[in-house]
Structure formats: structure tokens, C-alpha cells
Design a protein around this ligand. Structure first.
Ligand SMILES: Cc1cc2nc3c(=O)[nH]c(=O)nc-3n(C[C@H](O)[C@H](O)[C@H](O)COP(=O)(O)OP(=O)(O)OC[C@H]3O[C@@H](n4cnc5c(N)ncnc54)[C@H](O)[C@@H]3O)c2cc1C
Length: 395
């Protein structure tokens, strides 16, 4: 069966109703685009950034989830299904039901895939009580209790290699847990280990040095340039490789970040670049081979560090291109990574694609430094802005 739904502005089909898909749909509706469809299989919409706070014991699951039907902008058609392929030469997408939907403009906003099975033993280990993560809602919930109830032992936190969704946020629950253990007077009895594929806590030195203060203050043992090669949950051990040398770390709790990659159907549909993500121009967000295909969010090869903050800028570029093409706005690669370094302060990194700091309050060059203000932004203000402004196309 095929469905064709065109009008004067053309039909816009959006693959994925997460942060990026709903943001751009809402923006287009506000600009008067009449025919907008989101294809999204999930019933529930999740605000992922607060999963780190749940894992760190300072937020509740109820703050993070809303029914997809409630966040789908008024006037937008929601098709509850999954795209299995894009047929660019036919201007249509194929769904898992076999249905085809035609489009005039296609916006791919399908996020990044978590590959728990890419590290031997990790997937099985994630079913055990001692392996938790902020990368899924259930495991973030599990992290909250596992970290809270600990009085002694070893906790290993791992950060995912790029490409990943905001990889640095693996550090958020780690600092939050340490802060809590310190307040309870048990931090000295807990060995906290941080394993990262990067050679420093962050790729911008000014931010890294802020984070090193917290790593030192909490006495966190760090393993840089490290690749996780295996998890053995029956032995509660994780194997890491640094410079070809394997080290085994025992754990009481493992807070893991899964490897991440582009979904296979993107390459199978011929939309991919070298890294498997949607091959769009980094400034215009338009596909390099198909003029009526666009991509934003984690599915697009736009920035080294993917984030929700980046989507705020990206959605404006596509909305302008489709409704006010004379404006010719360009995406500068803005992205962000907030680190909650205590239960009341954060280090808030905002930067462009060249690794230059780009604070959203431009005159406040040192905004990235550890502050109470940015903690409140991350914990209180941005979640409110997300539900009330971003998902409604107002920010
Ligand atoms: C634990 C965690 C903490 C984070 N913390 C922060 C933070 O503090 N600050 C920040 O700025 N960013 C943060 N991020 C990153 C931010 O959440 C992501 O960059 C953002 O959610 C990406 O939005 P997206 O729409 O591209 O992908 P998603 O929000 O993942 O949405 C993709 C949607 O596409 C759907 N989909 C997938 N495949 C298909 C298909 N084949 N057909 C149809 N639909 C499909 C999915 O079901 C999903 O709903 C965090 C991410 C995580 C995981």
C-alpha cells in the first residue's frame, strides 16, 4: 500500500520521534507546514539527559518519561512503526509493516544505536544486578539503588568510544555518586575507577582541568586510552586494553556505557557516509547526494560530540531551509556536554566543531567552570525548557 499526502508546502516525513524528530516537527508546524508525519515505534518519549541524574540518585524516573502521543505536536501525524529502508529514487520510505510512505522532503532523526553485544559478555552482564548504566532508563534506575546502597568495594565506570550520544555523560553519575559517598563518610572505603578511551577527561583542556580537580578530590583512579574488550559477570571482572596490554579489573558494581553505531538500514539505503551515519553537509544539514533528504541529531555525521544541545541549533537550520530558504543559515557545529561534578555544581562545556569554547551567554567566557548556576540549568531549567519549549518548536 502506498500513501501520498502532498499539499502546497509538500509532505515532510520525519524518521524518529525523539529529541530531534519532535523538535523539527514542531518548528515546521509553527512555520505553517501543513503536512508533517513522524514515524516512531516507541509509545514513550524519554528525556535522556536526566537518566544520568537518576543513576546518580538525584532525579526520579517519572520526570523523564512522557507518552509519545502527548509530545507529538498538534497537527502532526504519528505513524507508530519503524522505517526499514529509504528508497530515495522513489521518494518513499518502507516500514516494518510493509507499508510505503511517500515524501517530498525526508528528515532522518533516528538517533544512534546502542550495541550492548559489541563487547563480549556485556549484554549478559547487563542482566545481572551488579551491572548498571545511565544509557537505559531501567539500568539508570538500577544504578540509583546499586550506587546508593554501597558502603565499600570497587565501582568501575566506563565511557563509550566515539561515535556515541554525549559520551562524557558517563562521568555524571560517577561524580554524583562520589559526592554522596563522601557526604555519607564511606568514600574512603570505595575504590572508584574510571575507564575511558580518551586520553583526558575531555577534549578541551580548560574543561579537562576543571574535571581533573573533581577526579583528584574524589580520589578516582583513571585509565585513559583504554578499550573495554570483555566483561565476565560470573567473576565480576572487566578486561581493558591499553597500549596492547590487557588489565583485568574486579568490580562490585560496573557502571557501563554501551558501544554505539549507526543503524544498518542507513547504509543499506545508500544514505551513509564513511562512518555509516547519514551523509549530510555539516553546515546545511542537507544530504550530499539527495537534495530532499536532511538529517539532524545523533543519526547525522555533524559533530564529533553528539548532544541534545546541538539539536537546538540544528533544528533551526532545517526549518529555515524548508520555509525561509533565503536566510541561508549555517550550522557552526555547536554542541555541549554538562558534567554534574557534585550534587549542587556542574562543569558545563559548550563548544564548536573546532573545539573552541562557545558559551551560550557569549560574554561569559568562563561559564564552563564549576558552578552552581550551571547545575541548576542542567538539573532544573533545561528539562523544563525541553518539555515546554524545545518539543514545541519554541527554543
Ligand atoms: C544517558 C544520556 C545522557 C545524555 N545527557 C545529555 C546532556 O546532559 N546534554 C545533552 O545535550 N545531551 C545529552 N545526551 C544526548 C542527547 O540525549 C541526544 O543527543 C539526543 O537525545 C539525540 O536525539 P535524537 O532525536 O537524535 O535521538 P533519540 O532521542 O535517540 O531519538 C531517536 C528516535 O528515533 C526512533 N527510531 C530509531 N530507529 C527508527 C526507525 N528505523 N524508524 C523510526 N524511528 C526510529 C527511536 O525510537 C527514537 O525515539 C544524553 C544522552 C544519553 C543517552
Amino acid at each position: 500500500m502506498s500513501r501520498s499526502a502532498s499539499n502546497a508546502s509538500g509532505s515532510v516525513v520525519i524518521v524518529g520521534g525523539g529529541n530531534a524528530g519532535v523538535s523539527i516537527a514542531a518548528r515546521l508546524r509553527r512555520r505553517g507546514v501543513a503536512d508533517v508525519t513522524i514515524i516512531e515505534p516507541r509509545q514513550e518519549h524519554v528525556y535522556a539527559p536526566l537518566q544520568s541524574h537518576i543513576a546518580g540518585g538525584v532525579a526520579d524516573r517519572r520526570e523523564v518519561v512522557r507518552p509519545q502521543a502527548k509530545v507529538t505536536p498538534r497537527g502532526v501525524t504519528w505513524v507508530r512503526d519503524r522505517v526499514v529502508s529509504v528508497l530515495p529514487a522513489e521518494n518513499s520510505v518502507e516500514l516494518s509493516s510493509g507499508e510505503r510512505i511517500r515524501y517530498d522532503q525526508l528528515i532522518v532523526a533516528a538517533g544512534i544505536e546502542q550495541r550492548w553485544d559489541a563487547i563480549p559478555g556485556l549484554q549478559e552482564a547487563a542482566a545481572s544486578a551488579s551491572v548498571v548504566s545511565n544509557y537505559t532508563l531501567d539500568l539508570a534506575d538500577a544504578a540509583s539503588t546499586a550506587l546508593r546502597d554501597l558502603d565499600s568495594g570497587t565501582v568501575v565506570f566506563t565511557q563509550a568510544a566515539e561515535p556515541a550520544s554525549c559520551a562524557g555523560v558517563a562521568q555524571k553519575p560517577m561524580y554524583l555518586a562520589c559526592d554522596r559517598w563522601r557526604k555519607r563518610g564511606v568514600l574512603d572505603r570505595i575504590r572508584v575507577v574510571f575507564v575511558t578511551p580518551e586520553s583526558s577527561p575531555f577534549h578541551i583542556e580548560a574543561v579537562a582541568s576543571e574535571l581533573r580537580r573533581s577526579l583528584d578530590a574524589y580520589g578516582i583512579e583513571t585509565f585513559y586510552d583504554a578499550t573495554v574488550v570483555g566483561v565476565r559477570s560470573e567473576a565480576s571482572e572487566i578486561d581493558i586494553v591499553i597500549d596492547g596490554q590487557t588489565t583485568t579489573l574486579g568490580y562490585d558494581v560496573l557502571h557501563a556505557s554501551p558501544p554505539q553505531a549507526a543503524a544498518g538500514w542507513i547504509a543499506e539505503s545508500g544514505l551513509h557516509g564513511d562512518d555509516g551515519f547519514v551523509d549530510v553537509d555539516r553546515e546545511t544539514l542537507r544530504h550530499r547526494r539527495w537534495d530532499n533528504i536532511w538529517a539532524l541529531g545523533d543519526v547525522a555525521a555533524l559533530t564529533r560530540i553528539r548532544s541534545g544541545g546541538a539539536i537546538r541549533s540544528q533544528a533551526k537550520i532545517i526549518a529555515d531551509a524548508l520555509t525561509r530558504p533565503r536566510r541561508r543559515r549555517r550550522y557552526d557545529g555547536y554542541s555541549e556536554t554538562p558534567f554534574t561534578v557534585t550534587g549542587r555544581t556542574a562543569v558545563f562545556a559548550e563548544f564548536d566543531r573546532h573545539g573552541r569554547l562557545q558559551p551560550s551567554i557569549p560574554w561569559w567566557r568562563t561559564l564552563y567552570r564549576e558552578r552552581r548556576f550551571t547545575y541548576l540549568m542542567d538539573r532544573r531549567v533545561l528539562p523544563w525548557v525541553y518539555w515546554n519549549l524545545i518539543l514545541r518548536g519554541r527554543a
